[in-house]
Design a protein around this ligand. Sequence first.
Ligand code: CA
Length: 225
Amino acid sequence: MARILIVEDELKIARFLELELKHEGYDVLITGDGRQGLSMALNEDVDLVILDIMLPGINGIEVCRRIRQESQIPIIMLTAKDDVTDKVAGLDTGADDYMTKPFAIEELLARIRVALNRKQNKKEPKLESLRHGELKLNLSSHSAFYGDEELSLTKKEYELLEYMLKNKNIVLSREQMLNNVWDYEYFGDTNVVDVYIRYLRQKIDEKYGIHLISTVRGVGYIIKD
Ligand code: CA
């Protein structure tokens, strides 16, 4: 069953929520302190956070912002007043949903179910880097490193390398590489692939004295483990 963290300093509300959530079968953690809530949200294997905005120490909006720097865990914000500013600020910092106190518990339970389902349906986080020996690609910044040294690759050189590493141990034909890495302007002109393979070999194989890219005669190229 899902584990829910309640960050709420009003004891009566916190206890009420705890009882209701436990009754629904959830595992419940509870704290009245923003700082502690932040640490529990990040370290206690929590599936969802119910986060009050008005908290002593650091407030709920700040807690939400800091959770979001490290985690995509669903967050439902609570506030005592129907304050549009709070609502906007909460959603801006990455809260998934928002409820104004006093609220009907059934509505909160429904929103919890929605948020948990959405979390389950989210795809696996995107791959952030690719490694091959000393070679490392940072997929979000489109940069490549050999050891600690950044390679100065052009956009196309990088894209070709990424494509080949993602298809490691597969022989790639020139047509496949052309179709997946280049635009229509080079349609059918597979010489461009050979040219870029040569660039990559100069910048990686030759520079670092390794054998990264192999030619498969009559077929294409391959990066092998
Ligand atoms: Ca409060």
